[in-house]
Structure formats: structure tokens, C-alpha cells
Write a protein that binds this ligand. Sequence first.
Ligand code: FAD
Length: 315
Amino acid sequence: MSEVLVVVDHVDGAIRKPTLELLTLARRMGSASAVFIGPADAAAGAAEKLAAHGAEKVYTVDDAPLRGYLVVPKVEVLQHLVEKTSPAAVLLVSGSEGKEIAARLSIRTGSGLITDAVDLDADGTTTQSVFAGSFTVKAKVTTGTPIITVKPNSAPVEETAGAGIVEPVSVAISEGAKAAMVVASQPRKASGRPELTEAAIVVSGGRGTGGDFAPVEALADSLGAAVGASRAAVDSGWMPHSFQVGQTGKTVSPQLYVANGISGAIQHRAGMQTSKTIVAVNKDPEAPIFELVDFGVVGDLHTVLPKVTEEVTTR
Ligand code: FAD
């Protein structure tokens, strides 16, 4: 069975959930092989987790010589692995780094590239949801090694034992790959909340907050949820773009999505409509979001949310 390479997305060795989703998809096409480019002391723990989610092989690459550079050294590592293993596909998480690596890798290997897939069949056919979910496109790479980026929350996480054979890989990085390096970076302030695309509960706010996100954040914290925002809230400068849910923001698919003061424009729905249970609080009973919800509350969010938060907190 051909290998399918899964590029591991992690933070200091802690594997992020979308990688485990990629392993589920990889196993449909062949034998899942994870590529962990990260700190050497985190490799064993990472390999164990990857094996517990079906990785038959884990290529580990110590990232110490790569640190401080942009993505090109990682591309060279992956190019080496593609040439060595001739995989059936390479899967990456659709994020800014995943997409940049995918684009560069496809050029270096002369391969076709598909971005933002939301599903993958055993024969390599991908599904993409385009124009805010108005159209579904089925596409397949016909040249080279299929390089595919997959949106988070597109597949279930499956716990299934794989052999998890660890194979350390060492690749000599070219001088050209070191042409750009990071000269300064500022770590993101830890919010203590779950990552938006991985959270089981997301509480979002829109223009209806009037810029006061305190009730939204208080409810989110009482539920252990992530905070999201509509583009109107982001464009108004009330929340950073990393909080935006929708067509030009993040796609979320939590167990519970609570939309507060959000009208339910198609571009917002594109990022949250696959949530398992949707609740909306909106003062306009005609708001389009109510067409989509499992539970709706017609009311002012500044009145409703503090009551819900109090109820949750006292339970
Ligand atoms: P509005 O549409 O203004 O709705 C505010 C809602 O709040 C109303 O329904 C109102 O009744 C309610 N409200 C007001 N006050 C209160 C209150 N006190 N209590 C309760 N309810 C109240 N949008 C996204 O969200 N994500 C995207 O990724 C995105 N991408 C886009 C891409 C393109 C190419 C384009 C053209 C648009 C995109 N948009 C996106 C914008 C989208 O079309 C909408 O403009 C946006 O989602 C509206 O945000 P909103 O619902 O917060 O604001």
C-alpha cells in the first residue's frame, strides 16, 4: 500500500487536532506516514500520539538547524521525502504555513496542488466547498504527487493503532533555503481559551455587540469555549482577524456554536454551518441566522448573555 505523507501541525511538539483529522483521511488512500518536523525531545511523544491515530510510520526531523528560517527548509525536507517515498499524496493543514509549504512543494516536485479540501476519497478525489458553500467542486490531481491542503474540521479524529515506526530523517539544507530568516517575532498572548478551530464550543459576536465583547467573552469563559467574531466585528477593529469565522476567516465545526448579534450572512454561514448545534441570540426575529438555528433567542444580547452566563456559572 502506498504511503500518504501527513505533515504534522504542532506547537512546540504538541500536535494540533487538524493533523489527527488528516491521518483519518490519509488512511482512506493508503498507509498513513506522519512527518514530524520539530524539537528532537518532543519527537517520541509526538510519534506515540500519531501512532495512536493510525500512523504506520513517523518520519522525525530535528528542526534545530531549521529554526529561525521561514518555510523553505521545511519544503526541502518534504521534497526529499517525496522523492524518497513516492507517496500517493501529501496532506497538509490549510493554514497560512501549510498552504505556503504546499505551493512551494508542488512547484519543486512538478505536482498538482489542491487547497482547502473538505473531503478526500480513497482514489484521491477531493471535495472543495466554494463561493461560501454555494458550489461543491470535486477535483483530482492528475500530474505528479497530489499535494492537498485540508481545512480543519473536515474529518473525524479516529483513534486506531498504527505501527508508528519511527524513522529519523536528516536532510542537508541548501544555502538558498536560508535566504530569509526571522529577525523578530512576538509570541501571541495566551488567552487560556481553546483554539478556535479545535474548540468544542464557540461563542461568537457580531456587529450587534456594538463593540462590547465582554458579555460574549464571559459566556465563552463560563463554558470553556473559544471566542469567534463576524467580519463586521473584525472590520470594526473590535476583534483581531484571527477570531473571524466565515468565508474569509476560519471554518469551525464545534458541538455548539452560539452566534450573538450576528445576522447570518452567507459568508458567515460558510464558516460555521456544519456546527452540530447552533444557537443564536438576536434582537431581530427576522434575522436570517434564525433559518439555520436549532435554538433561537429573540432579545438583546446585553440582557440575555449575562443571564445565561450566571445560569451556567451557578450550575
Ligand atoms: P450585521 O449583518 O450588521 O448584523 C448584526 C446583527 O446584530 C443584526 O441581525 C441585528 O439584528 C443584531 N443585533 C443588533 N444589536 C443587537 C443586540 N443588542 N442584541 C442582539 N442582536 C443585535 N462575514 C463574516 O462574518 N465572515 C467572513 O468570513 C466574511 N467574509 C466575507 C467575504 C466577502 C467576499 C464578502 C463580500 C463579505 C464577507 N463577510 C464575511 C461579510 C458578510 O457579508 C456580512 O457583512 C457580515 O457577516 C455581517 O456581520 P454581522 O452579522 O456581525 O453584522
